[in-house]
Write a protein that binds this ligand. Structure first.
Ligand code: ADP
Ligand code: MG
Length: 681
């Protein structure tokens, strides 16, 4: 039963589809598709000088060609050149066509290109590229580019298409002359031409390590496009109107006076930045970034009260029930004494309760609402929404982020994140947001001690958990991540729980995992926060935001399977009270090289920014960001952690948008084409 194919998507096996896969839709795209490396076909190497492992071009005559059957069917061609009359170089073809066999006849003159290796009978090359030549076949005068490609799209086809595109391309320079001179960057056309077809006197090592002014130009252009599009998106949102929330100070001052602690300098600064934004007639677009435990919640509470005392509603949305519930409890505890009711809205509420909450919010009776993405469902209306706060935004799907954006059309937005992005990255990653950073932890915390323990010593760890709990403390036991199978992960958690219950009969053990009913989950968390459960066995659902200050011991099994950000988040669940806390990372051998590096980093560092920086160095920015969020156009040539160049691109973007918007348009069109839409999600 054949389905009618969609007419506008090219079939998977057409040239168009393959080009599409590489993101190549226009001449401009082809022109910006730059080589990965080069091959030198401008010179001929004598067979005598062939070096194993070094690709080179040889000009040869075929001595003989035969099909061998051992170890499998293959075409073996013996060739010689003037320096090697014995004919000791072999060409081996494991796949070959009759048309190729026809060319490879004794006496044929060929130029071949490939990487020789030492064989039993002398040098041999497997699957060399070859073409017949005559006495006057000229040698190319440029290096041959090798492009990134995809299955079914050969280098020669790509080269032909790119060659054609280069002939018809628009070569106008989008950078003003003065800027180019100031940054010492070459002309666009010169840079691009050089990279596609470099003269042979440029060392290949420099071309391939991208250490050339021409590459610098390309990298700059790419970063500039990214900065331009982010700044444009920012400006577009800023052009919209939002209610000016002036704030009487009545509620915020009362909350500050009632708190058992004083704001840290960083909290105070962030809170003032937010209050200033809220007083503007256009939407705030701010990110509040702070390591785990830096105290983002109180800043959010102050911002919400500011909205309320200005006569508006405020909503706080969290990615998980556990986290939302915790925010709800904390806010209620702070705000009830001020006479402010907090509404609670999640998918797990009973139908009636939910309808009642929605009705109250819709009538504008409740000013503060906390919940999960149930907040942005269709039937929830906020007549006076002034501020929407999203915790850990990257954990929501794109669709939910868009829905929230719709709901909060005319509202101020604050995003909170405990994922520390290194400052260098934040500059470009968050070019479309204003950022407040909590770079200071509340006083009185004792740093968490981290221990690495081999699996064989599990019993000792259990003993330690026992002692800690008997002494009035509490502990988390995080079960291994099993990426392939959620079912297996749950099974392991269940088994770990049962075993710990058995081994620790005199302490209360609880279990929490992602598949439990919300009410059950909430009950366990509640019992844990009241110290009725002493040891909480959990999957990574506790990764974000759970705040139980009395818990001072964290055990993570198969720590070698976790990513650094995750380990850091998990460890951040302890060390929240005054007691000395510890995090025990149990690892099982064998530990791979990368996993070992991760464990070393988490063992040696407690500062989230430093961990993120080293994580970045370990994985490279592509993956670091890829895993985190979409919406940012991927960089092909530049590195986000090239701070100096990012900074220059950022300044240039400001300048272009201000002084030469038509150049900014042309630049965006060249580099992002239709892909700019992606940024708006
Ligand atoms: P996070 O930034 O990880 O969301 P929280 O907002 O959960 O951090 O705060 C962590 C803990 O620190 C909470 O128990 C909170 O009440 C407490 N806290 C926040 N700010 C301060 C402060 N200035 N002084 C002392 N304790 C604070
Ligand atoms: Mg938090």
């Amino acid at each position: 039963m054949a389905e009618k194919p969609a007419t506008n998507t090219p079939k998977a096996n057409t040239l168009g589809a393959r080009l599409e896969k590489l993101g190549l839709r226009s001449d401009t795209d082809l022109v910006l598709h730059l080589p990965l490396r080069y091959e030198d076909e401008t010179r001929i190497t004598a067979i005598r000088d062939a070096m194993p492992g070094i690709a080179a071009q040889f000009e040869v005559e075929v001595v003989d060609a035969e099909i061998a059957f051992r170890p499998r069917r293959q075409l073996v061609v013996r060739v010689r050149d003037a320096t090697d009359a014995e004919g000791a170089m072999l060409l081996r073809f494991l796949n070959f066509y009759p048309s190729q066999q026809k060319v490879l006849q004794p006496g044929a003159r060929l130029r071949i290109f490939g990487e020789p290796r030492g064989g039993f009978l002398g040098d041999e090359i497997i699957h060399p590229r070859f073409h017949p030549v005559t006495d006057d076949t000229p040698l190319p005068d440029r290096l041959t580019p090798v492009y990134p490609t995809t299955a079914g799209l050969g280098q020669s086809t790509l080269r032909r298409l790119i060659d054609r595109a280069l002939k018809r391309a628009d070569w106008s320079d989008t950078l003003p002359e003065a800027l180019r001179a100031q940054l010492k960057l070459p002309d666009f056309a010169d840079a691009i031409r050089l990279l596609h077809t470099p003269p042979p006197d440029i060392p290949q090592a420099r071309l391939e390590s991208r250490d050339l002014p021409a590459w610098r130009r390309v990298q700059f252009d790419e970063l500039l496009a990214q900065q331009l599009s982010l700044r444009r998106a920012y400006a577009a949102r800023r052009a919209k109107g939002a209610p000016r929330l002036k704030g009487s100070g009545k509620l915020t001052k009362a909350l500050l006076a009632a708190l058992p602690f004083r704001l840290t300098g960083a909290q105070d600064r962030a809170w003032k930045e937010i209050a200033a934004d809220l007083g503007q007639p256009h939407p705030m677009q701010r990110l509040l970034q702070g390591d785990v435990g830096s105290g983002k919640t109180i800043v959010a509470a102050l911002a919400m009260l500011h909205a309320v005392e200005s006569g508006h509603q405020a909503a706080l949305m969290a990615p998980t029930e556990i986290l939302a519930e915790q925010h709800y409890r904390k806010l209620s505890q702070w705000l009830a004494p001020l006479g402010i009711e907090v509404a609670w809205l999640t998918g797990s509420l009973k139908k009636k309760e939910k309808a009642a909450a929605i009705a109250k919010v819709g009538a504008g009776e409740t000013a503060i609402v906390v919940g999960t993405h149930a907040l942005i469902e269709d039937d929830v209306a906020f007549p006076r929404l002034g501020l929407a706060i999203v915790d850990e935004q990257h954990r929501f799907g794109v669709r939910q982020r868009l829905a929230l954006k719709e709901k909060g059309q005319f509202a101020h937005q604050l995003t909170m994140s405990a994922t520390p992005i290194p400052r260098t990255l934040a500059m470009s990653y968050y070019a479309d947001l204003d950022v407040s950073v909590l770079d200071e932890l509340p006083p009185g915390r004792t740093p968490v001690t981290t221990k690495l323990v081999a699996e064989g010593r599990r019993e000792q760890v259990i003993g330690r958990v026992h002692d800690a709990c008997r002494a009035g403390g509490q502990a988390y036991w995080v079960c291994p991540l099993i990426e392939e199978s959620e079912a297996l992960q749950l099974k392991t958690a269940q088994e770990t729980y049962e075993r710990l219950v058995e081994e620790l009969p005199d302490i209360q053990v609880g279990l929490v995992h992602g598949r439990m009913k919300a009410a059950e989950k909430a009950a366990v968390m509640e019992a844990f926060s009241r110290n009725e459960v002493h040891l909480l066995v959990a999957t990574t659902v506790i990764e974000v935001g759970v705040d139980v200050p009395n818990a001072s011991l964290m055990v993570i099994e198969h720590a070698e399977r976790f990513g650094l950000a995750q380990l850091h988040q998990l460890r951040g669940r302890v060390g929240r009270g005054a007691a000395q806390s510890a995090c025990i990372l149990i690892y099982a051998k064998p530990v791979g090289e990368i996993a070992r590096a991760r464990l070393k980093i988490i063992y040696e560092n407690t500062d989230g920014f430093e961990i993120a920086r080293q994580d970045l160095a370990l994985r490279g920015p592509g993956e670091f960001i890829g895993a985190r969020q979409s919406g940012l156009p991927l960089l092909r040539y530049a590195d986000l952690d090239d701070t100096v160049l990012v900074e220059k691109a950022r300044a240039a973007a400001e300048e272009l948008l201000r002084d030469a918007p038509e150049r900014a348009d042309a630049h965006l069109k060249r580099w992002l084409g239709g892909r700019e839409e992606l940024l708006k999600a």
